[in-house]
Design a protein around this ligand. Structure first.
Ligand code: PMP
Length: 359
């Protein structure tokens, strides 16, 4: 017996056949020290996935859907354009299943992402920043055609929203079964999360308001300008409302086909723009006041969740998606001002006792 008052755990009561079986079933965690008193915010912490982001879900289903449909042969190379988390997820899945992986990525995304993918065995081909998301996508298409590789097509594939319908949404239904839930708040990269969760919540929990967010300086949906598409429903041009923004993983320079269903079917009840600087502020607050470590997109989703909470009726319950971990942003503005060397306060602490001082 554990000592009284000591936190105890009892294991999961099962063994896992591979790392892939540990994807999903991420916890919804109550926020205790941030946001208004009259409402409750929960965060769904996707950093609990094995490769630490929401995109592990998509990665495993893209590969397994292609296997089921005979589109991916044993040992065939997989290629994808990705801002990082999909590449890291795919690298984890491809490592486990033995497929070589090539990722195309704009040089502007954080360097730790490249190194993580390479650590997981992938090849990373960088594309010029000036060519934006569309450029890295074009490069992936070209490579797939030239070498006969399997192109993952995260922005168009049915396997994307389908996995959120089958996992993310089911987890929310189960965890909030018999419990109040007023709002679900998410941003979009591919739109897989909001489309998959929207399909299910609109049917099973129609009282839940779905709130979608996008960067204030890249409000593609808010602009009302429709996306031009070409072959395979892929974008045929860079969207005119796009501007570079600091919320990595959100809003590419086009409206993805996967997201279009959420727009056309009106899965979201509100669209709220958020400034990247607010996202960074709230990601820091989540780390420092809650011990919850998330990236800029999580901080941005949380910024919108706090806004919703402030205006919501007393007793309201809000669920906020946190797509990944803050550790993925060490080289980005999220960590600006977080020093490596001791500051004045730390030096004073060092001098306050005689032992083990640096010269
Ligand atoms: N945040 C981050 C950090 C991401 O990498 C992604 C996926 N690109 C998202 C949010 C958005 O998820 P989805 O693609 O399901 O819309």
């Amino acid at each position: 017996m554990a000592q009284e008052g000591v936190r105890a755990t009892k294991g999961r009561g099962r063994l896992f056949d591979s790392v892939l079986d540990t994807i999903g079933d991420t916890p919804c965690i109550r926020i205790n020290n941030l946001g208004p008193e009259h409402a409750t915010i929960y965060v769904k912490a996707e950093a609990f996935n094995p490769a630490a982001s929401v995109k592990d879900r998509l990665a495993v289903n893209i590969i397994e859907a292609a296997e089921r449909e005979g589109k991916l042969k044993p040992g065939q190379t997989v290629v994808e354009a990705t801002s990082g988390n999909t590449g890291i997820g795919l690298a984890m899945v491809c490592a486990q299943k033995g497929y070589p992986l090539v990722v195309t990525m704009a040089e502007s995304f954080s360097v730790e992402r490249r190194r993580l993918m390479r650590m997981l065995g992938a090849k990373v081909v960088l594309t010029p920043k000036a060519l934006k998301g569309y450029g890295m996508y074009q490069k992936a298409v070209e490579l797939a055609e030239a070498h006969g590789w399997f192109l993952a097509r995260q922005f168009e594939t049915h396997a994307n929203a389908a996995i959120h319908e089958a996992t993310t949404a089911q987890e929310i239904l189960s965890d909030f079964s018999g419990r109040r839930l007023d709002y679900f708040v998410s941003g979009y990269g591919t739109g897989g999360t909001v489309t998959g969760v929207g399909r299910v919540l609109k049917k099973e929990r129609p009282e839940v308001k779905i709130v979608l967010s996008e960067p204030a300086n890249a409000a593609l949906i808010g602009s009302g300008h429709p996306q031009k598409r070409g072959a395979h429903d892929a974008p045929a041009e860079s969207h005119p409302a796009f501007e570079p923004h600091p919320i990595q993983g959100w809003t590419p320079d086009f409206i993805p086909h996967v997201l279009q269903e959420a727009i056309d079917q009106k899965y979201f009840d509100q669209l709220i723009p958020v400034a990247g600087a607010d996202g960074i502020k709230w990601a820091r607050d989540l780390a420092q006041k809650e011990g919850v470590f998330t990236g800029v997109s999580g901080g941005s989703t949380f910024a919108v969740s706090v806004q919703i909470a402030e205006k919501a009726a007393p007793g309201s319950v809000i669920l906020c998606m946190l797509p990944d971990t803050g550790e993925r942003y060490l080289s980005t503005p999220l960590f600006d001002g977080v020093a490596e060397e001791m500051d004045d306060e730390e030096r004073a602490l060092s001098r306050s006792t005689p032992g083990a001082q640096l010269p």
